[in-house]
Design a protein around this ligand. Structure first.
Ligand code: ADP
Ligand code: MG
Length: 642
């Protein structure tokens, strides 16, 4: 086992690692001066043909650690696949393939081929037939091609598993093992992972031969270049806090803001855009093309802020990301480490800020333990600080504009002259009016921001296009045909003045269902508006819901067939004699957050948000409370504080 000493006094040079001249030339061109610790530790073993198990955090230069020795050992006179790299996502497959292309700049007749799901099969088959020495792919698609015989691996010399822990998390481990079993036994295997859960160790034990083990401690990785801090959410709502940070952080170039849900990315990106930031969402509902364009825009400066989910942002390598904001705290420490690794790229410095709600303090402690260092607490910049900063930026912008010879042609001077003459005005008044207009989106005096628009009503909310989020967490599924408008109106008419009654739904907390999904499914696919839905209570393996008593048997059967999380809702009236187990979390009035004694359940994987721990009523029961406001609260959003 090789323990890399913390900060070796003299790192070896790439020459000393034994890389060939063509690769050394490229490395000089791309500006890599010295190997990173993982590269220094891995390259000699991989060049010698050894198997390898590498644990190193993200951003430590793992790609070159395996790509360079693979390139050094290829037989370029043959187009048979000689190396296969498996990555958990298509983004990573593309990124790794791109890196191979970059490092192989001076190698003639080199071909690398990324293959991943979602790409046209016809094109892939043609490309595979043409041949490539290196294949980079996601497990599912690679399996497809092995089974079809379109990917022949009998000449495979090296297999790399990149981001092993992520493969595990995404459920690819069986696929990976299947692939390992379908490649020549005498191949060289390298497994890289940011963390080493037991299941990954097991894969290594079964499929690696006397591997060299490399562990790179956080202190020697680029993570050391990331300043990590946290803000305890208190007094100010998170959106307000975020904009203050975005405004006041010096040296902020680009930021990636992490939230937990796909819908959350869009909501937050919209709000930031409405406040004048160049922000966009990045999530798994977006097409591959759109995601790539978004990342490209972040790279080239058309965007400054990307609001992303963990999965969508995985592995993104955009050197100008100076800040990572953990707007929603991550579910686990691995996710945290992957998130902050989006900054501090390529030797730059980075800042990671974690928002911690009071009840999330335990997670903060867990993360601190995992990274073996404290995450310092910070105070928010005050409104005055932000105002002062915005004013000085505004003044600078005016001066810059005056200094720009193209910016104030006589045309504008003429227009201003006309305003002065026609209205007998002081130029200062006009200037003030123009200043007001210019700053409207981002007011110079904080506290005067336009009030947040009312949250959209339930019906609108669930009319938004990327609805998959609400219903499923996994692969897309067949959508039941939506009822026609006529049908919806008839249904509605049928129970406008009907009393509510309790029904039983065949899905409960054990299925990972949330009240939001139930309401969403009934609204979208059943045509039942939120105002006809009463209280929802979740139990372990079923739920209850209040719906109009007058639902016809037909409609009930149709509603029961609606799929949520791949399962039919199976609605039926609740039998009067049916006894219900005590709810784990009581929800009534102001005591809503009170928890019963005993341990709270751990959240099932993929569970988003925390609303299922309570019961909900999407109906507006209190006159004077707008339905929208009530929902905003129930769904855990942050109503603006006055
Ligand atoms: P990981 O896979 O460990 O997350 P990457 O391979 O994506 O890390 O590398 C992170 C960044 O560091 C990339 O931008 C890469 O170009 C850069 N990089 C890799 N090796 C070196 C090096 N030896 N010197 C300078 N930059 C490097
Ligand atoms: Mg990587």
């Amino acid at each position: 086992m090789t323990e890399t000493p913390s900060l070796p006094a003299m790192p070896p040079s790439f020459e000393q690692l034994g890389l060939p001249a063509e690769l050394l030339a490229t490395l000089a061109e791309v500006g890599y001066e010295t190997p990173s610790p993982i590269q220094a530790a891995c390259i000699p073993h991989l060049l010698a043909g050894r198997d390898l198990l590498g644990e190193a955090q993200t951003g430590t230069g793992k790609t070159a650690a395996f790509a360079l020795p693979i390139l050094a050992r290829l037989d370029l006179s043959s187009l048979r696949p000689q190396a296969l790299v498996l990555t958990p996502t298509r983004e990573l497959a593309l990124q790794v393939a791109e890196a191979f292309g970059k490092y192989a700049h001076h190698l003639r007749d080199f071909h690398v081929l990324p293959i991943y799901g979602g790409q046209s099969m016809v094109i892939q088959l043609r490309q595979l037939a043409r041949g490539a020495q290196v294949i980079v792919g996601t497990p599912g698609r690679v399996m497809d091609h092995i089974e079809r015989g379109s990917l022949k691996l009998d000449g495979l010399a090296t297999l790399v598993l990149d981001e092993g822990d992520e493969m595990l998390r995404m459920g690819f481990i069986d696929d990976v093992e299947w692939i390992l079993e379908h490649t020549p036994e005498n191949r060289q295997t390298a497994l890289f992972s940011a963390t080493m859960p037991t299941a990954i160790r097991e894969v290594a034990r079964r499929h690696l031969r006397e591997p060299e083990e490399i562990h790179i401690r956080a202190a020697t990785s680029t993570v050391a270049k990331i300043r990590q801090c946290h803000w305890l959410v208190r007094g100010v709502d998170k959106l307000d806090a975020l904009t203050r940070i975005l405004d006041a952080e010096e040296r902020l170039d680009a930021a990636i803001v992490f939230v937990r849900t796909k819908i959350g990315t869009e909501e937050l990106a919209d709000k930031l855009a409405a406040r004048g930031y160049a922000a966009a969402a990045l999530n798994g509902n977006m097409t591959q093309g759109l995601r790539e364009r978004t990342i490209e825009q972040l790279k080239n400066g058309a965007l400054d802020i990307v609001v992303a989910t963990d999965v969508a942002a995985r592995g993104i390598d955009v050197p100008r990301i100076s800040h990572v904001i953990n707007y929603d705290i991550p579910y686990d420490t691995e996710a945290y480490i992957h998130r902050i690794g989006r900054t501090g790229r390529a030797g730059r410095e980075g800042v990671a800020i974690l928002f911690v709600a009071p009840r999330e303090r335990r997670m903060l402690k867990t993360i601190e333990r995992a990274i073996r260092q404290p995450i310092e607490a910070i105070a928010l910049p005050s409104r005055e600080d932000v105002s002062t900063l915005r004013i000085s930026q505004f003044k600078q912008k005016v001066l810059d504009t005056l200094a720009n010879p193209d910016a104030a042609p006589s045309f504008f001077v003429d227009v201003i002259d006309e305003i002065i003459e026609e209205n007998d005005l002081d130029p200062r008044e006009i200037a003030a009016a123009l200043a007001y207009l210019v700053q409207a989106e981002r007011p110079l005096r904080i506290g005067e921001e336009n009030p947040q628009p009312e949250p959209v009503s339930m019906a609108r909310r669930y009319d938004r296009p990327p609805r998959e989020e609400i219903f499923t967490t996994g692969a897309p599924r067949e959508r039941a045909p939506r009822p026609g408008r006529e049908e919806i109106l008839t249904r509605r008419g049928a129970f406008t003045d009907s009393k509510l009654q309790r029904y039983r739904i065949a899905l409960g907390r054990d299925h990972g269902i949330t009240p939001k999904e139930i309401v969403g499914a009934l609204a979208n696919e059943g045509g039942i508006e939120g105002r006809f839905i009463g209280q929802i209570d979740l139990f372990d393996d079923f739920s209850t819901i209040e719906l109009p008593a007058s639902l016809s048997a037909d409609l009930l059967a149709a509603l029961g067939r609606i799929l949520v999380r791949y399962r039919p809702l199976g609605i039926r009236p609740l039998d009067k004699n049916e006894t219900l187990p005590a709810r784990r979390f009581q929800a009534s009035g102001p005591r809503r957050d009170e928890r019963p004694s005993g341990k709270p359940r751990t959240r099932p994987a993929g569970h988003q948000g925390h609303e299922s721990a309570r019961s909900f009523s999407p109906r507006s029961e209190h006159p004077g409370t707008s339905a929208g406001k009530k929902h905003a609260k129930a769904w855990g959003k942050h109503p603006k504080k006055k």
